[in-house]
Design a protein around this ligand. Structure first.
Ligand code: TPP
Ligand code: SF4
Ligand code: MG
Length: 351
C-alpha cells in the first residue's frame, strides 16, 4: 500500500494558530519511509513552520521529483496543492506553475540525486532565473529509493555500506545556489529541528529563490562509519554560524538580545528575521564571502549550517520579466486576446 490516510481526530485542547488550525491540519498521509529516516523529520519541520506562520493550506503548492525525499510531500500539507513530477524535473514544472499563478506559495522538495545528478540543469536554471520558491533538498549522499548508490553530493573518500570508496568530487548544492544567484541560501540538519524550523519559515516568507540544503541521514544505506552523511558524523562536525527567529509583521516583538549580537533583516513581505551570531564574525549579506567561508571551513572538515546568505530586496523571476500580478486563469479573454488592432499597434512598436 502506498497511501495510508491518517485518522482525523484532533485532541480538544491541541494548540491552535491564528486561523484556528491545529498542527494536525498541516499533516498529510502516514509516512511509508524507513523508521528513523531524516526525511520524516524534515516533513515534521515543514508542518511546524506552516502552522507557526498561520499559512492557509490552499495557498501552498508543493512539488517534487522522484525519490524517497520526493515522496515526502504526501506526508505533509494534505490540504494543499501538490504535483509529484518526473525524476529531476520539479524545478521546471514549478517554474511553469509560478509563471501561471504567482499568488501561491511554492514549495519544491527534492533529493540529492534528484537535484545534483539528473536534475542539476533544472536546479541551476531555477536558481539563476530567480524562481520564487522554497527549494528544499533532503541530502543523504545516496540514491535511497534505488538502494543506496552514491549520489553526486557524496564526499570523496566516503565509504558505502559495503565498503566501496567514492572517488568522485562532491557537488555542494548550497555553494552552487550561492554562485547561481539564489537570494536566500541555508544549510541545516534534519536532526536539528530548532535550527531547521526557523530556516524554513524564513524561506517561506522570503519571496525569491530560497534554497535550503538539509543533511538528512538515510538510516538504511548511509548511516555507518565512513559516511559523512550519518547522524553521528553530522553531529560531530556541525559548525552552526547563526540562529534565526522569524517574526511576522503583525506579531509584537518580544525577544530581547544583548546589543551587538543581533542582526535584524526585514524581508520583502514585511517579516523580520532576527539573526543571532553563533560563530565568528560572519556576514550573511556577502555572497562571495559566503562561498569562501563555506569552502574554507569545508576544507577543515566542518559542515557549516545556518543562514549562509540573504538578499531581501525581493527580486525574482516576475520582477525580471515584468509579469502581471493576476493569475493567468483570472485575466479573462479580453485581456489575453485583445484583438488584431492591439496586435498591430504592438507590432508597429517593434518595427
Ligand atoms: C528518469 C529516471 N531515471 C532514474 C530513475 C530511478 N530513480 C528513482 S529515485 C532515484 C534516485 C533518488 O535519489 P534522491 O533524489 O537522492 O532521493 P532519496 O531516495 O535519496 O531521498 C533514481 C535514480 C527514475 N525514476 N527516473
Ligand atoms: S531508504 Fe533511506 S532515504 Fe529511503 S526511506 Fe529508507 S532511510 Fe529514508
Ligand atoms: Mg538521496
Amino acid at each position: 500500500m502506498t497511501y495510508l490516510p491518517k485518522p482525523k481526530l484532533h485532541a480538544a485542547d491541541a494548540p491552535r494558530n491564528a486561523l484556528g488550525y491545529t498542527r494536525r491540519d498541516y499533516e498529510g498521509a502516514i509516512s511509508t519511509l524507513c523508521a528513523g529516516c531524516g526525511h520524516d523529520s524534515i516533513s515534521a519541520a515543514v508542518v511546524q513552520a506552516c502552522f507557526d506562520l498561520d499559512i492557509e493550506p490552499h495557498r501552498v503548492a508543493k512539488m517534487s521529483g522522484i525519490g524517497c525525499s520526493s515522496k515526502t510531500p504526501d506526508y505533509f500539507l494534505g490540504n494543499s496543492h501538490g504535483f509529484n513530477s518526473v525524476h529531476g524535473r520539479m524545478p521546471s514544472v514549478l517554474t511553469g506553475a509560478q509563471l501561471a499563478n504567482r499568488s501561491l506559495l511554492y514549495l519544491g522538495v527534492s533529493g540529492d540525486g534528484d537535484s545534483a545528478s539528473i536534475g542539476i540543469g533544472q536546479f541551476a536554471h531555477a536558481m539563476r532565473r530567480g524562481v520564487s520558491m522554497t527549494y528544499i533538498v533532503e541530502n543523504n549522499g545516496v540514491y535511497g529509493l534505488t538502494k543506496g548508490q552514491f549520489s553526486a553530493t557524496a564526499d570523496r573518500g566516503t565509504k558505502s555500506k559495503k565498503g566501496v570508496t567514492n572517488n568522485d568530487s562532491p557537488i555542494d548544492l548550497a555553494a552552487l545556489a550561492l554562485q547561481l544567484g539564489a537570494t536566500y541560501v541555508a544549510r541545516s540538519f534534519s536532526g536539528d529541528k530548532e535550527q531547521l524550523v526557523p530556516l524554513i519559515k524564513g524561506a517561506l516568507c522570503h519571496g525569491g529563490p530560497a534554497f535550503i540544503d538539509v543533511i538528512s541521514p538515510c538510516v538504511t544505506f548511509n548511516n555507518h562509519t565512513g559516511s559523512t552523511k550519518s547522524y553521528d558524523y553530522v553531529r560531530e562536525h556541525n559548525a552552526s554560524i547563526n540562529s534565526v527567529d522569524v517574526i511576522l509583521p503583525r506579531a509584537p516583538i518580544e525577544t530581547s538580545y544583548p546589543p551587538g549580537s543581533l542582526r535584524r533583516i526585514v524581508q520583502h513581505d514585511g517579516s523580520i528575521l532576527h539573526l543571532r551570531k553563533l560563530g565568528d564574525d560572519y556576514d550573511p549579506s556577502d555572497r562571495i564571502g559566503a562561498i569562501h567561508y563555506l569552502q574554507g571551513r569545508q576544507a577543515l572538515g566542518e559542515i557549516v549550517t545556518g543562514l549562509l546568505y540573504i538578499d531581501s530586496s525581493g527580486h525574482d523571476m516576475h520582477t525580471h520579466l515584468n509579469t502581471v500580478e493576476k493569475p493567468l486563469n483570472q485575466l479573462g479573454d479580453a485581456y489575453l486576446c485583445p484583438g488584431s488592432k492591439a496586435l498591430e499597434a504592438l507590432n508597429a512598436l517593434l518595427r
